[in-house]
Design a protein around this ligand. Structure first.
Ligand code: GLC
Length: 753
């Protein structure tokens, strides 16, 4: 009996001991921490200057700082490590969203590449640069599903599709954090959750998202990023179904902690706890503090809520100190995973920024992120003038032809503008090499500028040129946080400039550098070719020159639907079919004046446009043409829970043109009948395939029950609030496409039995 009891005691002891040595170190630290020190560890304050107040906060055990870098960060870190009572290092954070010094295309542009490996590489190189400035935590990737181009933060997102955003976010996390046991730079997937559904596309606003849609559309990219190892995530500013995320226990505890078993760090957005007072779900900062901590918001960014009120709440018994221990544990675990206890100082005296690898990678990403929307044959430019064998005369103009600031887009505070290579700078180089004869149109530098003189000058110069290259779009300040636009036009008098240029009779190539889709159908109709390049970063100039001059064939595909007009928003490809889908819309101008009310079609469409966008998700042209063969399936029946429990879909793609180029076959699936209505198509896979002229390539995709599953209520369609949710596939008929975009292709059919 005695022997049995001693074994039992030993097992109990082992069972109580956290198995991981890091957890034991955390145990020992927490056991020494005072209540004040725990609260300080759960606080993040903004740096950017040396102040006595910040020195004192650091000395008292501050957990983290944002916006403090380089020598300043090391200065504060030395206080944290050498002067605070327990010497716990701080973690320094920054919004390194698409590059630190070297700037890469905005995430919306990166999504257009459909190139996961290159996006991961860009994130890896970004971390290398940022770490040299002591930054070990970035507030990226942003994976908010964005179906509303009025929303300025669509620029930071990977667009409208859940699968694409999931894949891109996971690739970015892998790139930032690296593959070693010590994490390079902690990712922070954001904004948890539903921020992109803000009413009117306005920031900090209201969202109403039913649970099934949360789970089907908005949550998967976060789950993918956390499964890829993201050490943290950030809550969002929006009010979700009446409860701002900073206090939303359903999302932050039921789903994040209990269902997903996440043990990483949850940080608030900037003063988002304090914002709850304005949202109106609490009366004051003390109540906001209670709501936030009860949702297990572990770190409070800059609302000072925890510093000011958490101690009282614990003393009053409203909050148990055990809950703070859980939060502190997650914070310390992240610091151990970053190796900060062993190596707290990272800023290098001679950092290596803008190295050749980074510049080459951002240029390639910029080349791949440009989407060719229209080409009447003018591109690629034939640089040899056919008759005299002399270089072609090219006019380079437009407000983004030479803007070293705006071409980088939103959320890049640490770049050096002079390092940016613009399109005009690149074409000067092409002219220097005798490949073109360049006419420059200096002057207009801001997209919102209006200038009659500028237009007159353009007219004169265009007459001297054989082709006009116009670089237009948006100033970088017009997208990003709190940059919602109600009109999605080309700002200023760009449209008038384009019409003026077209009236000269010269071919016009429009390149758009913007942070969002724009409703520019009329402008596109007016010109001969359109490259939609988003804001493309440090090397977008050489990238665009290579594309326009034909050194590189465009391969970008739209990660978001382009509306014809703002009135169509929200418009996205994976819509539901509606009860009267549009097959042959009768349009506004076709309706005879005085027509009887129901004498024309009665379908779900806009009278002005039918149900068609300007361009569909996944769309993009190149300098050759591809012919997609029929989709063939390994079987027309997929048996539920059988093995091998998968179908193989194949398609042969032929390059029917005259130059090698990249095709991006996309796998779409439709569930024809569901307990809940299902989208008309859903992206479930994609590949990048380079195909030489005249050759063919066969691509294959695997289809399993996982691709067919969706969130619905376990008992069918009882929409009760507590209906258990099931993620499963239902037997029935399916369509499958392997297509060049979300609007083309003929489906093959199969059944799940
Ligand atoms: C901002 C943004 C968030 C950013 C944070 C820190 O308000 O919403 O994306 O990471 O504050 O700068």
């Amino acid at each position: 009996m005695k022997h049995f009891l001693s074994i039992l005691a030993l097992l109990t002891l082992v069972a109580c001991q956290p198995k991981d040595p890091v957890e034991r170190k955390i145990d020992r630290l927490i056991a020494q921490m005072t209540l004040d020190e725990k609260i300080a560890q759960m606080t993040q304050l903004s740096g950017g200057q040396i102040t006595e107040n910040l020195e004192n906060q650091v000395r008292a055990g501050l957990g983290s700082m944002l916006n403090s870098m380089g020598e300043e960060a090391d200065y504060y870190q030395r206080i944290a490590v050498e002067e605070s009572r327990l010497g716990i290092p701080m973690i320094f954070a920054r919004d390194v969203i698409h590059g630190y010094r070297t700037i890469y295309p905005i995430p919306l542009g990166q999504a257009a590449t459909f190139d996961l490996a290159l996006v991961e590489e860009a994130a890896r190189l970004t971390a290398q640069e940022a770490m040299q400035a002591g930054i070990r935590w970035t507030f990226s990737p942003m994976v908010d599903i964005s179906r509303d181009p009025r929303w300025g933060r669509i620029a930071e997102s990977y667009g409208e599709d859940t699968y694409l955003a999931s894949e891109m976010g996971a690739a970015t996390v892998r790139g930032y954090q690296g593959k070693d046991s010590i994490v390079q730079m902690a990712a922070c997937v954001k904004h948890f959750v539903g921020y992109g559904a803000s009413e009117g596309g306005r920031d900090y606003n209201t969202t109403w998202i039913p649970e099934v849609q949360l789970r089907e559309t908005y949550l998967p990219p976060f789950k993918a990023a956390l499964d890829a190892g993201s050490l943290s995530l950030m809550c969002s500013f929006n009010d979700l179904n009446g409860v701002p995320l900073s206090a939303n226990k359903h999302l932050m505890k039921d789903i994040l902690r209990d269902e997903w078993q996440y043990d990483g760090l949850l940080v608030s957005d900037y003063a988002s706890s304090e914002n709850m007072i304005k949202h109106g779900n609490c009366a004051d900062l003390k109540e906001a503090t209670l709501l936030s901590i009860n949702a297990q918001m572990e770190m409070d960014m800059e609302s000072h809520a925890y510093l000011l009120h958490l101690k009282d709440l614990v003393k009053e018994g409203a909050v148990k100190e055990d809950l703070l221990d859980v939060c502190v544990r997650n914070i310390l675990r992240m610091k151990f995973r970053l190796g900060l206890f062993d190596n707290p100082y990272c800023a290098l005296e001679t950092p290596n920024y803008y190295n050749s690898e980074s510049l080459a990678t951002t240029q390639r990403l910029a080349e791949e992120s440009a989407v060719l929307l229209k080409n009447n044959g003018i591109l690629p430019l034939n640089t040899k003038h056919s008759s005299q064998n002399t270089p072609m005369t090219v006019l380079v103009c437009g407000p983004l032809a030479d803007s070293q600031h705006d071409q980088n887009g939103t959320w890049c505070f640490d770049k050096v503008d002079s390092a940016t290579v613009t399109p005009l700078m690149s074409f000067r180089q092409w002219a220097k090499e005798g490949k073109i004869r360049l006419i420059e149109q200096p002057g207009k530098h801001w997209s919102r500028e209006v200038s009659e003189a500028n237009i007159e000058q353009l007219k004169r110069l265009a007459k001297q040129a054989e082709v006009v290259l116009y670089f237009g779009g948006e100033e970088s300040i017009l997208s990003g946080e709190a940059r919602c636009r109600a009109h999605l036009d080309l700002p200023g008098d760009q449209s008038e400039q384009l019409r003026t240029l077209k009236a000269t009779g010269k071919p016009v190539v429009l390149t758009v550098m913007a942070g969002r889709p724009l409703c520019i159908g009329a402008d596109i109709d007016a010109v001969d070719a359109v490259l939609y390049a988003f804001h493309g970063g440090t090397m977008q100039g050489p990238a665009l020159a290579n594309l326009i001059m034909g050194k590189v064939a465009p391969s970008g595909r739209l990660p978001v639907t382009f509306p014809q007009a703002e009135g169509q928003i929200p418009i996205y490809y994976n819509k539901k079919n509606s009860g009267r889908p549009t097959y042959n819309p009768v349009l506004y101008d076709d309706i005879p004046v005085g027509a009887a009310q129901f004498s024309i079609g009665a379908d779900s469409y806009w009278l002005e446009y039918g149900d068609k966008p300007l361009y569909p998700f996944g769309y993009g042209l190149t300098y050759t043409t591809f012919e997609y063969g029929p989709v063939t399936l390994s079987d027309t029946i997929l048996l539920q829970a059988s093995s091998p429990h998968r179908l193989i879909a194949t398609c042969t793609i032929k390059n029917t043109g005259h130059c090698e180029a990249v095709a991006i076959p996309q796998l779409y699936i439709r569930d024809l009948v569901g307990a809940l209505t299902r989208p008309v198509r859903e992206l479930k896979g994609f590949q990048r395939v380079s195909i030489p002229a005249g050759e063919s390539r066969t691509v294959t995709f695997e289809i399993t029950e996982e691709e067919l599953a969706y969130w619905h209520l376990a008992d069918g369609i009882t929409l009760g609030a507590d209906g258990a949710y099931a993620f499963s596939a239902e037997k029935g008929d399916f369509h499958v496409w392997i297509a060049p975009n979300s609007a083309e292709g003929e489906p093959a059919k199969f059944a799940l039995r």
